[in-house]
Design a binder for this molecule. Sequence first.
Ligand code: TXA
Ligand code: MG
Length: 334
Amino acid sequence: MQTERVIAQPSTVASVTQRAAEIIRRGGLVAFPTETVYGLGANALDATAVAKIYEAKGRASDNPLIVHIAHLADLDRVARDIPEAADKLMRVFWPGPVSLLMKKHPDIPDQVTGGLDTVVVRMPSHKVARALIIAAGTPIAAPSANTSGNVSATTADHVAADLGGRIDLIIDGGAVEYGLESTVIDCTTTPLAILRPGSISQDQIQAVIGPVELLTDAERPRSPGMKYRHYSPHTPLTLALCSNTPFNEWLPQYVDGRDTDRIALICHSEPTTTNVTHYPLPADPAAAAPLLFDTLRAADTDAVDEIIIEGWPEQGIGTAIMDRLRKAATRIEE
Ligand code: TXA
Ligand code: MG
């Protein structure tokens, strides 16, 4: 399959999304930018179209997809028995990077939800994503637009590298704003539970709704996707937490002890060794997040045998970054 690629600029958003919407309506696959990461979209009401998403990504069929809508009026087409808490959260955080788990509407095919009775719904704020959903006139099921298990795509180039030749169209809307996937909240339990930490923090959610649980990895079978290895570069990744020894003392010792000098180092401290290819990232996790996946992909080249990444404090967005890095890491240095 030939994958077409088009650029969405302010002056072309309308025409580009019209074309893309036609592809969605006839059952095709379109990658599009959102404020979190790029999504790989299909008509959420078309089981055959949705099946193509799993095939293109190589995704396990029991790992459900998020359904994207553009207006609150569309919610009743995809979910039912909306909990009061979900209603409150969507009024504050939508459109934006928060996804809410609710009871599914019978029209949503089992292919979207992995056979579950629930559906995760999100209303993106990105102009292109919104224009596409509106033009398609249907809710759009979209996972992150990467090969299953790989780091999510935050640019159109990332999408093309993973899915080129497997999907109909890529809409290039430039780099994304947040760079981490949305926060997924189970709204059917008391207290509510964060199934996946994301760009909106537990504190921000609690400020609206009161106590919310942040599930540990062990509890996450409630979110089928969390059991799979995720966000991983192909190169072995060492995550340095340095809870006891400071990073700048640990680093040279560790690098000296490795039997390769082909090491990429992603860090926000000053590197205390020169035997590495250095990729700097900001110390502020909110500033680092939009650059994180691009940097992991850049470091993940044939020229290195190992990537070392310095951890961030697990607060605010740091919690979401560390969730991704703990899953990506092949080795964690406590
Ligand atoms: O920011 C985002 O959420 C991006 C953009 C494209 O919107 N999408 C995204 O989708 O990250 P994906 O498929 O990569 O991650 C969706 C997560 C998975 O961990 C999946 O298991 C979980 O949400 N999920 C979806 N539906 C679910 C359901 N009914 N019950 C439990 N977990 C669900
Ligand atoms: Mg994903």
